[in-house]
Each structure stands twice: as C-alpha cells, then as structure tokens.
Write a protein that binds this ligand. Structure first.
Ligand SMILES: O=C1O[C@H](COP(=O)(O)O)[C@@H](O)[C@H](O)[C@H]1O
Length: 333
C-alpha cells in the first residue's frame, strides 16, 4: 500500500509531504510554506482534501490532494478561535474545530466543492476545549473540555447543529484533563488520553442514546517516572488491536493491547521516542507508527510488531521546526 505522510511544523510554518513505501521508509515529496502557524490537520472522508488549522489569523485552509498525495491550496474559511484540533463528521459535510485558548467548539459546513465555509454554530464555555470526536454512527460528538475535567456529549443534527445529549457530559477524576479520543472499530468503546495525570480511560458508549460510562483507567507512565505528567495524543490501529498514547515530559509512547470487544486494555510496554512527542499517527495498514518530536524537529517511523504491538524503530527524518501533527493518507492503488 502506497501512502503519504503529512507533518505540520508551526514554528517554521511548513507542511512536509512524505511518500511512505511498503517497508515504512519515507521519501520527501513536497514542502509547503504556509502563511501562518500550521497546527491541526485532518483528511476529508472522501480523501480528496487536507484541512489545516492555522493561526494567528484563525482559519482553516483546504488543500486539494493530488493522486500522488501532493497538495495545492484550494480555499480557506475563518474559524472563531485558535484551532487546537479539527475533524469532520463521517460524511464530510461538517468540519468541527476545538479551541483550547478560546474555550469553544465550532461547526462549519463543507461545500459540495469540498471547501469549508464560515461557522454555522459556535458553542462557548468549554474551558480548555481540546478536541471534537464524532462517534462511528456519526450521531454524537464527544468534546473534551480539559480544564473542566469533563467530556461534553452533543447530538449532531442533519443540518449540522449540535444540541446537548440528555447525558450532556461525563466527568473524569479531578485534575485528569481529558484531551484526545479514539473509537474502537466496533463503535461500543472509546479511549481518551488524559493530559494532566497521563492516564488512558476507556468509555463504554451507548451509541443509540449518546451516553458514556467510564469502565477502566490505566496509568500510561513508566513505573520509575517522577516528573510532571504531560500526555498528548492517542491512536488505535485500524483493526482495533493495539492502542498507543504519548507523554511529552518523558518522551515515551505507551503501548496497550485491546481486548476483542474493545472494553479492556492491557499495558504491554513503553517506547522511548522523539523529544516532546505532541503528535503521532498510525498508517492505514496498521503496520507503522510515525511520531513527531516538537523539540527534536524530527519524525520517527516505527514498525508495529506482533503479538503485543511493541514498536521497532525504522528510521528518523528531519522536518520543519516544532512538528506537532501527523496525518497519514492512503493513495489509490
Ligand atoms: O497541549 C497543550 O495544548 C494546549 C493548547 O494548545 P494550543 O496549541 O492550541 O495553544 C496548550 O495550551 C497546553 O499548554 C498544552 O499542554
């Protein structure tokens, strides 16, 4: 499977486009200089656009993805706050933006041409809003508000309007700081990385009603760690068997195996990684993981090994300054 890896480096205002071969080796295809600090990125469900949040002029840029994975800017739209995280619904009709510094989540319609438009709704009062995560049924948006130790649950309407679910929020333990989420492919469980206590929490979902209940919380730090915990990102292999979460102070990736149902995690080990890993991702074959070091200015590729999902370093590559977001896109065969 040929794939393309996009990395965002806000300090040098660049997007690097890498081709990944079947052995996990990267070749640089393109470097785009962006007028702004590039941060969160997501590929559209139809796989024809890369959406990128930039600051300090808060906007989402839409890049058309060519057959070889290279990018051409095709349009842009304003955002109501500094983009910390962007995502879309599963049909690619709406773009969600979570803003930590502006404490809000917004919904922007995406035109038939694939270009996002100005927001149709902004929900404020979400202190430390860190991500917006649509469930596998495309019905409930889970929005962690890190500074409030809560995840807000919104029903996504056909018109893109968000309304609080009857169970409008779930809370973590005090001081956990819920940040990023992943969904098990079966749709019945979600995993949230908690930034401030570096734990991973398993949430059982009642997708019909849009409800969640905490069923397991695991420490993700090496046993000898005594510094300030500072977790960041979380990703699951496409088959749902292995889950990874990173901590920035210790510069480690924690490796978990996932039960068949998705309800239970087992800590399998730790992988030292690039300095201050704020963002990483997993390829579409589930064989490779790419981690970005915000302070090392490199990305590193790992092979995911059987039977526990432990990581084997394959190669590291210099990128722009302060890389913090990684997205992987499969090319059409
Ligand atoms: O990871 C973190 O994210 C927040 C928000 O990031 P930003 O890039 O949107 O400003 C940051 O302020 C926080 O200190 C940090 O731990």
């Amino acid at each position: 499977m040929k794939q393309v890896v996009y990395t965002a480096s806000p300090e040098s205002q660049q997007i690097h486009v890498w081709q990944m071969n079947d052995e996990g080796a990267l070749t640089l295809l393109q470097v785009i200089d962006v007028a702004g600090q590039v941060q969160p990125m997501v590929v559209s469900p139809k796989r024809n656009f890369l959406y990128v949040g930039v600051r300090p002029n808060f906007r989402v840029l839409a890049f058309k993805i060519a057959a070889d994975g290279t990018l051409t800017e095709a349009g842009q739209a304003p955002l109501p706050g500094s983009p910390t995280h962007i995502s879309t619904d599963r049909e690619g009709r709406f773009l969600f933006c979570g803003s930590y510094n502006d404490a809000c989540v917004s919904v922007s319609p995406i035109g038939d041409d694939g270009i996002p438009q100005a927001p149709l709704q902004v929900i404020n009062g979400l202190d430390g809003c860190h991500s917006a995560n649509i469930d596998t049924d495309n019905k409930t948006l889970y929005v962690p508000a890190l500074k409030q130790d809560r995840i807000c649950l919104f029903k996504l309407g056909a018109d893109g309007q968000l309304t609080p679910r009857q169970q409008a929020q779930v809370t973590t333990v005090e001081g956990a700081g819920p940040r990023h989420m992943q969904f098990h492919p079966g749709g019945q469980f979600a995993y949230c990385v908690n930034e401030l206590d570096s734990t991973v929490e398993v949430w059982a979902l009642n997708t019909g009603e849009g409800e969640a209940e905490s069923v397991q919380t695991l420490d993700m730090m090496p046993p000898d760690f005594s510094g300030t915990r500072w977790a960041a990102d979380i990703h699951l292999t496409p088959d749902g068997r292995f889950l990874y979460a990173c901590d920035r102070t210790s510069s480690t990736l924690a490796v978990f195996s996932v039960s068949e149902l998705g309800d239970e995690l087992t800590l399998e080990g730790f992988q030292p990684t690039e300095t201050q890993p704020r963002g990483f991702n997993i390829d579409h074959s589930g064989r490779y993981l790419v981690a970005a070091g915000q302070k090392s200015h490199h990305i590193e590729v790992y092979a995911i090994s059987e039977p526990k999902g432990l990581l084997q370093p394959l190669g590291r590559y210099a990128v722009g300054q302060g890389p913090m977001w990684v997205v992987i896109h499969p090319l059409q065969a």
